[in-house]
Design a protein around this ligand. Structure first.
Ligand SMILES: Nc1nc2c(c(=O)[nH]1)N[C@H]1C(S)=C(S)[C@@H](COP(=O)(O)OP(=O)(O)OC[C@H]3O[C@@H](n4cnc5c(=O)[nH]c(N)nc54)[C@H](O)[C@@H]3O)O[C@H]1N2
Ligand SMILES: Nc1nc2c(c(=O)[nH]1)N[C@H]1C(S)=C(S)[C@@H](COP(=O)(O)OP(=O)(O)OC[C@H]3O[C@@H](n4cnc5c(=O)[nH]c(N)nc54)[C@H](O)[C@@H]3O)O[C@H]1N2
Ligand code: SF4
Ligand SMILES: [Mo]
Length: 813
């Protein structure tokens, strides 16, 4: 065992130090280095190529990467960052994490029926997400029958009949839940919501409920549309870009190329983040000599190391200063907004002590940011999960919009609001009607097109879906992509809920935890991915997607499918719909021709053109290079379809999250080597953390003040007063890290057991994954054995949820 040094792990700290030999998990190989101060560069290129070659081999690597994000190729399935105009694209128009996503999908590994015969479900469930993902693409439809221990092969028609039989047997269509993850194409999403509504429910939870729902709610109320108002061109033209609660170097890497262009044209950048994320410090563009051999491009001009959840207070303090300085666009406010006076009165009353407590920032730091905003004639506000996953997330985002509105930064070149979406087509899925609260005008259009009366009552979102399964109100769960049980909060509760289902159905590319946390009967329906050719009876098909900036375009996969048995998501959904809604004479209840849509996606696009606002003439517009941009009234004409017909400036009280002594405020975030619940590897390169995921990053002074040392193994415990349960995520190693005092960070999904199901954002019901109050306690092994300190606290409460430790260390030695 190597020895540890307790040198604080802060930027600039020295060479690599190996931390091992502590506590109960010394077999894992955690390695801690100083965090990087630049993102991308040649290492990113090397890692992309290594990953691609090892998973796909040279031929598939060439076939895929050269078609990635090209106008005649396929859309990157990783994040929703937009592509430059077709004439501005490079031959290699992708990033390291795009290449990893492609490699993960286009891998040569296969999980065949023989594989499932060799491994019982219990056996598979003993492995971690990384191992599961490495087993490769699922090749055949698989079923687990009641009482069965293994998944066995099943034919497609039998699988569809099985789903139909369960759905038809329900007392009400509302006993079924249909989840969507944001990788589904517009075509598959459209037929999916059509089927679900034709079946008779609005139970359409999606990953957005856990992601940017707070954004959608806040923007819809403030500016009348739940989407961002900027284009890539605006980013290039901005004078100032504010990036709050987002880690683009890892999660939207090509955003750095856009920021680099903006910087070189004179833009300033403010980063608001508890962590000094590498991509926000410096970008080494591998496409440019300065990124390969030079010093790269410094990104943030000002970094505000905000305390977790301090953003509402920060933006309000900035509003206060702008109002005080008279740095308000009065003409814009007068003509286009409502609520200014009440807001001005509210922010005039600001209490700087409260701001200091909430943000952990000095008044000078906040004034510097406000001055930069006051001096800019075109500011863009970008944000992601660091703002959306808190109790007050909707209020926080409205406060961001307030700044854009009082400065006249909406509907102006180089300015606007820019929520940066996660999944590559999460925004498109919503546009296509994947929404448990779809508005009446959408349902009216559906009715006019298809002649049936869609249900109007709102359905379950993700949190309500778990509650419904838990309480026996829902009996069938279907997921179009995603890994529901591992993505949603309160893992133990969610797993128990899903296991109560009579039927679980997953349309998936690869094995994941949700297949192993199954209902009495369970189906895995393997599907084509974006990298693959989709040939139907009418010929080769393409699909369409919408990026974070409302640009819609076509995607065509270049590869032979991973198995001849695979079907497209669209064909699978149509198959289930046909089987479920078929009458005795073989016709569809509502006369919908599912077979025709499955064979020719052009027919679906014809329906989309007539049902979805802004999609008129869809077929022609999507198939031109670069596609088209959907209308956005505030951006296009400063038209606000809100209650008042104007941009609403909202008033929100600041509340400071109370963190008792001896506790920390934990955020759960992504490493550089994962896509949500898919774990590509164990390297969080930019943060200098290698070969381990069960780590908790804590400020060195807090580590000492709490009586620990770096490398100690602890359990993370949170106490949720509402149910008086201690939730425990066991076995995390402490890494000293430059995060504000009193805060901590650890990876998702390992930390999901800590987020109580009922701990959600007000108005959006999004789990509060970025503000969990925790204690570090001695590991359960020590507590169970000797009653060491901490035992008392954990044992006091009535119940304790202890999540099964992820068996990761086995794979780390
Ligand atoms: N490679 C890769 N790409 C991805 C994904 C992936 O897993 N891997 N996931 C995709 C998806 S679905 C999404 S939604 C996006 C997510 O993209 P991000 O939102 O960038 O993802 P997170 O890792 O959750 O990072 C949140 C960031 O917010 C900061 N933060 C946390 N709490 C606060 C706070 O209270 N205030 C402020 N100001 N900052 C805070 C964190 O330090 C971190 O930098 O990425 C998408 N792209
Ligand atoms: N604690 C905590 N929890 C979080 C978050 C957090 O920051 N912290 N983030 C939340 C966010 S932002 C999100 S978006 C959710 C993510 O929630 P999900 O979208 O449900 O999760 P993913 O991990 O993206 O789903 C991965 C699975 O999708 C399947 N898949 C991959 N490609 C395809 C495809 O082309 N078609 C089909 N049908 N299936 C495919 C594979 O089987 C893979 O296992 O998690 C949320 N949960
Ligand atoms: S920025 Fe996002 S969409 Fe673009 S290549 Fe990278 S991962 Fe893919
Ligand atoms: Mo997301």
């Amino acid at each position: 065992m190597s020895t540890s040094s307790s040198t604080p792990h802060a930027p600039g700290a020295g060479d690599a130090q190996v931390v091992a030999g502590f506590g109960v998990q010394d077999e894992s190989g955690l390695e801690v280095h100083a965090p990087k101060d630049a993102a991308a560069g040649v290492t990113a290129v090397r890692v992309s190529m290594e990953r691609a070659l090892s998973h796909m081999g040279p031929k598939r690597t060439g076939q895929t990467l050269l078609k990635l994000n090209q106008a005649d190729g396929f859309d990157c399935m990783s994040c929703a960052w937009p592509d430059p105009d077709p004439d501005e694209r490079h031959a290699a128009e992708f990033c390291e994490n795009g290449a990893k996503a492609v490699a993960e999908e286009a891998t040569r590994a296969r999980a065949t029926p023989e594989f499932f015969a060799r491994h019982s479900i219990a056996d598979l469930d003993a492995h971690d997400e990384y191992w599961l993902g490495q087993q490769g693409r699922i090749t055949h439809p698989m079923v687990k029958r009641p009482g069965g221990t293994h998944y066995e092969q099943i034919g497609w028609d039998d699988a569809f009949a099985l789903v139909a039989q369960h759905l038809q047997g329900l007392d009400s269509p509302d006993e079924a839940i249909f989840y969507t993850s944001g990788r589904a194409s517009n075509e598959s999403a459209f037929v999916y919501q059509l089927f679900i509504r034709a079946f008779g429910t609005n139970n359409l939870p999606d990953c957005s409920n856990m992601c940017h729902e707070s954004t959608s709610v806040a923007l819809a109320e403030s500016i009348g549309i739940g989407k961002g108002s900027v284009s890539l061109r605006d980013i290039y033209d901005a004078e100032l870009i504010v990036i709050a609660g987002q880690n683009p170097g890892t999660n939207h890497p090509r955003m750095l190329s856009a920021l680099e262009i903006a910087k070189r044209r004179g833009a300033k950048i403010i980063s608001i983040n508890p962590l000094r994320e590498a991509g926000l410090v410096n970008f080494r563009n591998p496409q440019k000599p300065r990124g390969v051999v030079g010093r790269g491009t410094p990104i943030a001009d000002l970094h505000l190391p905000i305390r977790i959840n301090g953003d509402l207070a920060l933006f309000q303090a900035i509003g206060h200063l702008l109002e005080q300085w008279g740095a308000v666009d009065s003409a814009f406010v007068e003509q286009y907004t409502a609520g200014y006076d009440a807001w001005a009165e509210h922010v005039r009353d600001l209490d700087w002590d409260v701001v200091a407590a909430a943000t952990g920032l000095s008044r000078e730091q906040i004034e510097e940011a406000a001055r930069m905003i006051a001096d800019s004639d075109a500011t863009i506000y970008c944000w992601a999960m660091g703002l959306t996953q808190h109790r007050n997330a909707v209020a926080t985002i409205k406060e961001v919009v307030n700044l854009a509105l009082v400065r006249g930064d909406i509907g102006k070149r180089g300015a606007g609001v820019c929520p940066v979406r996660g999944h590559s087509n999460v925004q498109g899925d919503r546009t296509m009607g994947i929404w448990e609260k779809a508005p009446d005008h959408f349902l009216d259009a559906l009715q006019a097109e298809f002649g049936f009366d869609p249900p109007r009552e709102h359905g379950y979102d993700t949190v309500d879906a778990v509650r419904a399964l838990r309480d026996g109100k829902a009996k069938v769960f279907m997921g179009l992509g995603g890994n529901f049980v591992h993505a949603v909060s309160d893992t133990d509760v969610a797993a128990e809920a899903l296991r109560k289902a009579e039927l679980t159905v997953h349309v998936s590319t690869k094995i994941n935890r949700s297949h192993l946390t199954h209902g009495e009967t369970a189906l895995i329906l393997p599907t084509l991915g974006r990298t693959e050719m989709d040939v139907r009876a009418s010929g080769p098909q393409f699909v369409t997607v919408e990026d974070s900036m409302s640009s819609v375009h076509a995607s065509r996969g270049p590869l032979e499918p991973a198995s001849p048995e695979l079907r497209s998501e669209t064909a699978i959904v149509c198959g289930i719909a046909r089987a479920t809604l078929r009458q005795d004479d073989g016709s569809d209840v509502h006369g919908i021709d599912w077979d025709a849509m499955a064979e020719d996606y052009g027919i679906i696009r014809g329906h989309i053109a007539r049902v979805v606002p802004g999609c008129e003439d869809y077929e022609r517009k999507v198939d031109r290079p670069g596609g088209f941009v959907l209308p956005h009234p505030p951006r296009d004409s400063r038209t606000f379809r809100t209650a008042s017909g104007k941009g609403e400036i909202a008033v929100s009280p600041i509340e400071v999250l109370h963190v008792p002594d001896g506790h920390l405020l934990l955020q759960t975030l992504r490493s550089h080597d994962q896509f949500n619940t898919t774990i590509y590897g164990l390297s969080d390169r930019y943060r200098g953390i290698e070969d381990a995921r069960r780590v908790v990053m804590v400020h060195p002074d807090d580590v000492a003040a709490l009586g620990w040392q770096e490398g100690d193994v602890v359990d993370l415990v949170t106490h949720w007063e509402d149910d008086d349960v201690d939730r425990v995520a066991p076995g995390f190693r402490i890494v000293s890290y430059d995060t504000p005092r009193g805060t901590a960070a650890a990876y998702y999904p390992e930390t999901n057991p800590l987020v109580p199901l009922d701990s959600v954002a007000e108005h959006s019901n999004t789990p509060t994954s970025k503000s969990v109050v925790i204690r570090l306690v001695p590991p359960s092994a020590a507590r169970d054995g000797e009653g060491a300190d901490g035992t008392q606290d954990a044992a006091e409460s009535e119940t304790e949820h202890r999540s099964r430790p992820n068996p990761e260390p086995l794979h780390l030695s």
